[in-house]
Design a protein. Sequence first.
Length: 117
Amino acid sequence: MIMVGIFQGIAGLVALFRQTYFVLPESGLVVSVSYNSWGWLHLIWGIFLVLAGAGVLAGQTWARVVAIILAGLSAVINIAFLAAQPVWSTIIIALDVLVIYALTVHGSEMKSGAAGY
């Protein structure tokens, strides 16, 4: 989760400071917004993901639920951004799916492992 949050933050910073990096102009995006808006969305979303990841590492059950929801929404956000950054968005979507899988299938192991120390 923390790594996905950092990647989201990097995508946000690129959108804010290097708008010529993208494959499409702003008019070609699925959602009609500026890259500046997308940059802030990715940056803020990345901060939320890092915080949720810290909660998951602390063994909090609520953080697992929040992290699964945030990872799902992160995948949707990156699907909308797929045309502008195909490779980067695909990597983040794949990591989001991996995070959701890990938290739903193996999340209880973290809780029991944290209590044993």
